[in-house]
Design a protein around this ligand. Structure first.
Ligand code: SPV
Ligand code: MN
Length: 634
């Protein structure tokens, strides 16, 4: 059982509470689903939040159109010149995920290392208080979604309850509806529950009490609650709230819920080789997905063992992507979708000009007067501190169906997903990792790459820029269990596989002696191709103490073939020089973090120590740097 309202309404029959809701035909839709937990959940949330009416979403085209219309009518979304394109504003203090006020609810005083946690009872009591009367005078939406393909053993069910038509509209684009499944499967259906209330709103429609914003993850109840917020990362249940519930379920059942894209590269045998990739925000994740031959998913992956093979599905069918700096030269595919009048798109926190144009940084024209994330915007406008105000916000986003992608892989709907040949981990690392490298084996890769992922803080985030942040598997913000337990799960997962995927680390941000980035944006294509051919055992590699790296001659050919670009020995040598002191310092940094995480498997420390000793030995043999031309074949 989930709910906050358990305590308050336990003595009242849920059906009696439902009968008090209007309109009756909507309640009928709910009662068609023979599931008492669902009736109770909806009844209790409604009794607590006191909406004036309820809408139960069947997923029909009429219902989808209704939700979109409601978002426009209540001005959560504004029309633009293109009828299919709407614009949503979250409010100036609600433009990103709120890490501080996101908490994992635990019992018995349990603390999760590196995450915010809170005693369950206390959290639910607080939420019940905040939800009380929060939907007064408003419509409450109940919507049903699949987290994964239809008829798939990978997929989970989700029920969203919210007073925001924008949240439901977003989910209609991002996920598959499944009201009919609930009717068919009724009482046996296990689902994740997402309760959201935007709370009291000001004259702009923005949540007024953002200082009382709360995002709570109730693992025991398989439910999440978010209040006093509108930003999709906090409110769209199946996006990042479900990820925490899935991580927890996967941990108990032995499968992986990952913050990873799933991409395909066509191989020489006429098939497609699939790779999954984890990158922290702003490190080239979307860009990598967009230059792959095919895309199954751009953000999330559920990976399970099927007869000894690791297979992945994308739980989503849409993208909630960063729009800042999306431009026709660097991102032609995404740009083409964003200006396509036939695509249904919700733009968030962009500039909506007075003549109804949508503008964001990257659009090849000058921004004109209009509305933006902070209100009315005029060219040259400055904030209180005298700084020029950006017309569109750096975290401005677009929500669109992934089916518009030219490179969409038809396997996105395959209930058994795609076989994964390689896992990629990438961060923003100025001086340690080479552009691409392959781990010696699964355990080595999981320990020294996935679990050791760090990324430089960018100017967009508060704090000293350039500082390295620890972000294991690029999922730290979305974990619901200890990073030690998540690491152990990866070790355990592999023991069930006939062959483990290869593990790779990439780094697009390595800097040279002069401080400049060594690789160009489009070089990603070469690193991807190298990983694909390595997965298919078609080329050799060099044995570095840290992993396997490309041979110069192979890269020279790949640069020429993929990009028509010449690739010099000098550049290769600088890119792939193994920088031993930096590597050793990294191992020490990462081990120091895990030493404070009590459930880190001892195998991790052994693997890291082994790596450290290899580096030490290499240093006494080669000095501080190893020129790749001095290395032998693996
Ligand atoms: C991310 O930040 O990784 C996202 C967007 O994909 S959010 O939904 O805000 O998490
Ligand atoms: Mn993400």
């Amino acid at each position: 059982m989930s709910l906050l309202a358990e305590r308050e309404f336990l003595s009242t029959d849920p059906l009696e509470l439902l009968n008090r809701l209007e309109p009756m035909d909507q309640v009928e839709r709910l009662l068609k689903i023979p599931c008492t937990r669902l009736h109770a959940d909806v009844a209790y949330v409604a009794a607590l939040a006191e909406p004036s009416r309820i809408f139960v979403h069947t997923g029909s085209p009429e219902d989808r159109a209704y939700v979109r219309r409601r978002a426009l009518e209540n001005r959560e979304e504004l029309p633009s010149r293109v009828p299919n394109h709407t614009v949503h504003f979250d409010g100036p203090h609600d433009l990103a995920r709120d890490k501080v006020n996101t908490r994992i609810l635990t019992t018995g005083g349990a603390r999760v290392p590196l995450l915010n946690s809170l005693e369950r009872e206390e959290g639910l009591r607080e939420i019940a208080e905040l939800v009380k009367g929060a939907m007064r005078g408003r419509e409450m939406f109940v919507a049903f979604y699949l987290y994964g393909p239809r008829n798939s053993p990978f997929s989970l069910y989700g029920v969203q309850i919210t007073d925001s038509a924008y949240v439901v509209h977003s989910e209609d684009i991002l996920y598959r509806s499944c009201y009919e499944d609930f009717i068919e499967r009724g009482g046996e259906v296990e689902y994740m529950l997402f309760v959201h209330a935007a709370g009291e709103r000001d004259e702009n429609g923005w949540s007024r009490n953002v200082e009382r914003r709360r995002i709570y993850i109730d693992l025991e109840g398989n439910a999440t609650y978010s209040v006093n917020t509108q930003y999709a990362g906090n409110t769209v249940g199946l996006k990042k709230l479900a990820l925490r519930l899935a991580v927890y379920k996967g941990y108990r059942e032995g499968w992986l819920a990952e913050h990873m894209f799933i991409i395909g590269m066509r191989n020489s045998s006429g098939g497609v080789t699939y790779l999954t990739g984890a990158f922290p925000a702003g490190c080239g994740k979307t860009a990598t997905a967009m230059i792959a031959d095919t895309v199954v998913g751009d953000d999330l992956a559920i990976i399970r063992d099927v007869d000894g093979v690791a297979r992945a599905i994308n739980p989503e069918v849409g993208m909630f992507g960063i729009i800042d700096d999306v431009n026709p030269a660097d991102d032609p595919d995404i740009y083409a979708i964003l200006i396509d009048p036939s695509a249904e798109i919700i733009f968030a926190n962009v500039l909506l000009t007075d003549d109804g144009e949508v503008w964001w940084r990257g659009k090849p024209c000058e921004p004109k007067r209009g509305l933006n994330y902070a209100g009315l915007w005029r060219p040259g406008m400055r904030d209180e501190t005298g700084r020029e105000m950006p017309p569109s916000h750096p975290n401005a986003r677009f929500t669109v169906s992934i089916r518009h992608l030219r490179t969409l892989d038809p396997a996105i709907d395959d209930p058994m997903g795609v076989p994964v040949s390689g896992f990629i981990f990438g961060g923003r690392d100025p001086d340690t990792w080479p552009p691409v490298q392959e781990a010696f084996n699964w355990l080595h890769g999981i320990a020294t790459m996935g679990a050791s992922l760090e990324s430089e803080r960018t100017a967009a985030v508060l704090g000293k820029t350039g500082e390295l942040e620890f972000n294991p598997f690029a999922i730290l913000d979305f974990l619901s269990i200890s990073p030690g337990a998540f690491l152990e799960l990866h070790f355990r997962f592999a023991s069930k596989l006939k062959a483990t995927p290869k593990v790779f680390a990439v780094n697009y941000f390595l800097r040279g002696r002069d401080g400049q980035y060594l690789a160009e944006k489009r070089d990603k294509r070469v690193w991807l191709r190298w990983m694909e051919v390595r997965c298919n055992a078609q080329i050799d590699a060099l044995q570095a103490p840290t992993g396997r790296i490309p041979i110069y001659e192979d890269l020279r050919i790949l640069f020429d073939r993929e990009l028509g670009k010449s690739f010099s020995e000098e550049l290769y040598s600088e890119m792939f020089t193994i920088r031993l002191p930096q590597y050793m310092a990294k191992i020490e940094r990462i081990m120091a973090i895990y030493r404070r995480i009590p459930d880190t498997p001892s195998q991790f420390f052994e693997l890291m120590r082994e790596q450290y000793l290899k580096l030490k030995e290499a240093r006494s043999r080669y000095g501080e740097k190893i020129d790749p031309f001095k290395l032998d074949k693996a």
